[in-house]
Write a protein that binds this ligand. Sequence first.
Ligand SMILES: [Zn+2]
Length: 275
Amino acid sequence: METIIHYFDTIPSLHRSLILVGGITFFWLLEGALPLFSFNYKKWKHAFPNLFFTATTIGINFTLAFVLLNSADWVQSNQFGIINWLPAMPLWLYAVLGIVLLDFFGAYLAHFVEHKIRPLWMVHLVHHTDHKVDTTTANRHHPLESMIRFSFTLLGVFVVGTPIAIVMLYQSMSLLFTQFTHANIKMNKRVDKVLSYVIVSPDMHKIHHHHMLPYTDSNYGNIFSIWDRIFRTYSYLDREKIVYGVDTFPNEATNSSLIELLKQPFQGYRKPTNM
Ligand SMILES: [Zn+2]
């Protein structure tokens, strides 16, 4: 555990980029071998806006990384935050607790709020208007959403009290997990279901991408499914019944155009229809 923590304490940007590119490549290839839906699409053409948004997300996180680093150093030197206020514990437990709690503040809470506050939903909408969810959808986040999510991660660092090593370990795990849960891959249904008791499984997250409520407003989890279980936002729908997108924004041509997607948050608010 100490070796892992030490590695993530000073993880080079190159290694972080390799995790991202390696993950996309791995799941991209897997989608070819074990597809869940056989989309009739040009994979690169579909990937273009999504990879653009992945690049802006990286750019924003890279630019603001020093804020995260300084904050994590500050909570450490001041022993501030939940995991520092608890009685002394083994390193592995400290890391696990840090990761699970960061997953709540930095991801579940951010995502929940994005669905509940109108202007934030319009920003997050870009992620949901992909009609062909695959591993490239994972980081299809409007630049404004990348900033919203960054703010929640920062909040998480202060509330949870995580050192930078745990933040970096969490972010690397989160990257691979979102690529996995969005990947257009077919896992054994039973295995998927069992996994969904602990972690967010591919089918569990795909239900969140269904085009209508109440499914859109459920399964907000990022890595751990416990938050959806605890806050009763878990839902289940047979994967054969899933229709991707948002029913009130049905224009697939608009939803595939980078320019239109950049403007999407500034349109009038429309919430998905309740089934
Ligand atoms: Zn969402």
